[in-house]
Write a protein that binds this ligand. Structure first.
Ligand code: PEP
Ligand code: MG
Length: 909
């Protein structure tokens, strides 16, 4: 044997309370492998095994199968020898066989993405030995048939590819069940299982052209390579792309001695959480099944039972099962196996304390002995995330800074999820109950197939159970409903991760995929029919039920108090009306960074006056129309400024091109002609005149104010008079007048002059004055380059990164949708730059603009009001650039506040 000294290991062993690796080695050993090593070293009973590193996956992708097996052969063989000596059994030994599981494990958890093979190492001879060793022929043959089925699907590619395809193994089993008049897998006799193994092998030969591999070593290499391949399956790639995980990370392979939960009624398997993953409540909970193996709990084919008595009673209440039946047919593990439960409870406490976070554990009980198969940070809802973070601080387990960093900004959105309108729900008809798998309320039209989720704007994906192939559709649907599966089923786990409303395990549903219908209590619901789900209670309603916004929890408020303690960069909101301003203030906005005044012009009376102004050929005509608009604008501003009392409010002057305001339909054109007393042709000609080839680069922004100064005059008057009126009422407000689309200093000067002259005139008229400032949007590349010149005159800068992105890339904001998805798919762009700020390019201009502006005015106030102001990575960038604030839509204010705090904390680490 060649010496291995001085060569970086590619295989790491664990088990028997020792390990080569530890939990810090996630990048190399994957999350699962690193945690198995850590747990083993902690003295937790982990079945022994070894991990082939993620780097080997990358080597496999580069070198191919043969070369990579050559690289790791010696280490893998030595590790198997080690397992054999630890367990006193032999891999392929027909008297005392060692069977192993082979699982994937990337550095981050990718639920259901990667494949697993259990019971590997079994063949016609080994199965006899296994039967003798366990004194359980049923178990041995059941393990064998499961192995061929899994190996056939995962390694030999016999999984059905489309929903129309039939799973050959399921078909064989269904045929036998029908012949034998049985319904459950557990009803098979030993002879049935032997027949199934035979038939499965024939199916393998027919479909693949090869015999099923009987040599355990061939089986093992096949499975290892299959795990590597599963890193590059379509669904894994989709999940990776969705989460921004690079291809180079690769997956590790974990080979571990098998322990059996299906050895009879003294065995079982389960999944548990150290706290409630839905609410964050500090209660140990989970599900298990007696006489079952690994995937059975999450597959949703049998209804799992609860681990704790408390959970069991709660479950029975929701499932409408009475106490007598619950205790008899669905006892908790706590009641059924008290000593195993006690041991499990001890380990969950140790593991949560050790990892200082809520854990998600998998365990197996083999003939009364407990084995922990896995621990990882548990996936949780947004509400649970916040509650757990706050509780862990209170319990002294983590620091405030750690708590803030543990909160995923975008997940806060889940706390802001809609609930049903209480009035609408009163009359809604409940048609069935399921498990409250992922909170929120959703209403939509039924679709039965994931790839049809985009058929309706609001769709509810209804499935017997979901699988990883359904991921994309689940993401597109408003809600997910499954007939089978518990709280740890694929649908539940994935939906919770996505923050999507989900009801699972609604056993009363009969789903007919072929006829595309759902039958509940003899009533049929077809594709396209509306249903509604409450993911927090598990209730399913007939028809469309109106939803409304959520109320925030006490822990959310506590989190936001912590945020304020650490955040330096401020967060303002983009709000155009008093209602939005109120929402923003309730969410903790520290001012308004952008009021788009044009949004106020679309309401009935205003649009008439606006059109009259646009269609006027003379200054006099325009002024007449503007006079009608003045009082309306003044009231609008007064209301917004009042809501934001004491805080800065940035009001932007008119920005969009005129053609956006004029009517394009004949009826409205006729009505306008009548209203203005001009001919229809005049209206038509004017509308045609306003058409531009590139309206986004056309007559808009300050170009309007500089060509029609009377518009700037009217808007300034409305703002200043509103502020004066409020001052008279004792309301202090701080208006900031913002000029859009500045490219040259002269453009700014002209507008600034009009604003200041108008304001002074009003102060004279009213014999009173207020403080106000005049600044500019920085949204044209040229403006960033001459920012020093502009800053000499401007009181503040606000980066309009929507336009800045448009003009830096040369992508039309209105038309980029035609090619951007393809660009992202092909990897030409990593993200949509209108969603996530392009730090490499546009970001440079933002930096240049800020630096040049502050080079002449060191205390220049700088902010951002483009859509990026609420996107976490962009907000962090703004902090690093030294901005005073970001401004975003009201609902993203809490997210931006959190990111602001996180950025400050990261700065101190
Ligand atoms: C911007 O361009 O980033 C901006 C905030 O202005 P608007 O989206 O109104 O053009
Ligand atoms: Mg703009």
């Amino acid at each position: 044997m060649k010496k291995l000294e001085n060569v970086k290991p590619r295989v790491y062993k664990f088990g028997a309370k020792t390990a080569d690796g530890n939990s810090k080695m996630k990048n190399l050993l994957g999350g699962k492998g690193a945690n198995l090593a850590e747990m083993s070293a902690l003295g937790i009973p982990v079945p022994p095994g070894f991990t082939i590193t993620t780097e080997v996956c990358t080597e496999y992708n580069a070198l191919g199968e043969k070369a990579v097996i050559e690289l790791i052969k010696q280490e893998v063989e030595q590790s198997v020898l080690n397992l054999e000596s630890l367990l006193g059994s032999g891999f392929g030994d027909k008297d005392n066989p060692l069977l192993v599981s082979v699982r994937s494990g990337a550095r981050v958890s990718m639920p259901g993405m990667m494949d697993t093979v259990l019971n590997l190492g079994i063949n016609d001879e080994v199965v006899q030995g296994l039967a003798k060793k366990t004194n359980n022929e049923q178990f041995a043959w059941d393990s064998y048939r499961r192995f061929i089925q899994m190996y056939g699907g995962v390694v030999l590619g016999m999984k059905p590819e489309t929903k129309e395809d039939i799973d050959p193994f399921e078909e064989i089993m269904d045929t036998l069940k029908a012949e034998r008049g049985i319904t459950l897998d557990t009803d098979f006799t030993v002879q049935d299982l032997k027949d199934l193994v035979q038939d499965f092998k024939v199916a393998v030969k027919t479909q693949t052209g090869h015999d099923f591999p009987t040599n355990p070593w061939d089986q093992l290499w096949g499975a290892i390579i299959a795990v590597f391949n599963s890193w590059n399956t379509d669904r894994a790639v989709y999940y990776r792309n969705m989460n921004g995980f690079p291809a180079e990370w690769g997956t590790a392979v974990n080979v571990q001695a098998m322990v059996y939960g299906n050895m009879g009624n003294n065995s079982g398997t389960g999944v548990c959480f150290t706290r409630d993953s839905g609410t964050g409540e500090n209660v140990f909970n989970g599900e298990y099944l007696i006489n079952a193996q690994g995937e059975d709990v999450v597959a949703g084919t049998r209804t799992p039972q609860q681990i704790t008595k408390l959970g069991s009673v709660r479950w029975a209440e929701l499932a409408k099962v009475d106490e007598e039946e619950r205790a008899k047919n669905y006892p908790s593990l706590e009641e059924l196996m008290p000593s195993v439960f006690k041991e499990l409870n001890t380990y969950q406490e140790i593991l949560e304390k050790h990892y200082r976070d809520m854990q998600d554990l998998e365990f197996t009980i083999q003939d009364g002995k407990l084995w922990i198969l896995q621990t990882r940070s548990g996936k949780r809802t947004g509400a649970a995330m916040v509650k757990i973070a706050i509780d862990l601080v209170k319990e002294g387990i983590i620091t405030e800074k750690e708590a803030l960093l543990s909160v995923e900004p975008n997940k806060l959105q889940e706390l802001l999820h809609p609930i049903f309108d209480p009035k609408a729900i009163r009359n809604a008809k409940v048609i069935a109950h399921g498990l409250p798998a992922s909170p929120g309320a959703a209403s939509g039209q039924i679709v039965f197939f994931a790839d049809e989720a985009s058929k309706y704007n609001n769709s509810i994906l209804v499935r017997i159970e979901t699988s990883p192939e359904d991921l994309e559709g689940m993401n597109l649907a408003k809600g997910i409903l499954t007939a089978r599966g518990g709280m740890t089923s694929h649908a539940a786990v994935v939906a919770r991760g996505m923050g999507k409303c989900c009801v699972s395990g609604a056993g009363a549903l009969r789903i007919d995929y072929k006829k595309r219908k759902l039958i509940v209590d003899n009533k049929e619901y077809h594709e396209g029919d509306w249903i509604s789900l409450n993911g927090s209670t598990g209730d399913i309603y007939e028809g469309e039920v109106a939803t409304m916004e959520a109320k925030l929890s006490g822990e959310f408020a506590e989190l936001m108090t912590l945020v304020d303690k650490y955040a330096v960069m401020k967060v303002r909101a983009n709000a155009d009306n008093p209602a939005d301003a109120k929402t923003a203030r309730d969410f903790g906005a520290q001012g308004i960074g952008l009021t788009r005044t044009e949004h106020m012009f679309f309401e009935a009376d205003r649009i008439k006056a606006m059109r009259e102004m646009i269609l006027s050929d003379t200054e006099e005509g325009r002024k007449k129309a503007l006079e009608k608009l003045l009082p309306m604008q003044r009231t609008d501003f007064e209301e917004v400024l009042e809501v934001m009392e004491g805080l800065s409010v940035t009001i932007r002057l008119l920005d969009p091109p005129f053609h956006e305001f004029v009517p394009h339909q004949l009826v409205t054109q006729k009505a306008l002609a009548k209203q203005m007393g001009i001919s229809l042709d005049d209206v038509k000609n004017k509308v045609a005149d306003l058409e531009e080839f590139n309206p986004m680069l056309g007559h808009r922004g300050c170009r309007l104010g500089n060509t029609y100064p009377e518009i700037t005059e009217m808007q300034t008057r409305a703002i200043i008079e509103a502020a004066l009126n409020l001052k008279a009422k004792g309301v202090i407000c701080k208006p900031e007048i913002m000029i859009p689309l500045i490219g040259t200093v002269k453009e700014f000067d002209m507008q600034n002059d009009i604003i200041r002259t108008t304001a002074n005139k009003i102060f004279e008229e009213r014999k009173d004055s207020i403080a106000y400032s005049v600044g500019t949007m920085i949204e044209i590349p040229r403006a960033t380059l001459v920012a020093d010149l502009i800053a000499e005159k401007a009181d503040f800068f606000s980066f309009g990164t929507n336009d800045l992105t448009q003009m830096t890339f040369g992508y039309s904001r209105d038309d980029a949708g035609k090619f951007l998805p393809i660009y992202i798919e092909k990897g030409i762009l990593e993200h949509d730059p209108f969603e996530i700020l392009d730090q490499e390019g546009v970001g440079q201009l933002v930096k240049i603009g800020t630096e040049r502006g502050r080079s002449v005015k060191p205390n220049l106030e700088v902010g951002i009001c483009g859509e990026h102001g609420g996107e976490p990575s962009s907000v962090e960038f703004c902090y690093k650039t030294g901005m005073n604030y970001v401004s975003c839509s009201p609902y993203r204010v809490p997210i931006a506040r959190l990111v602001s705090a996180q950025a400050s904390i990261k700065d101190t680490l």
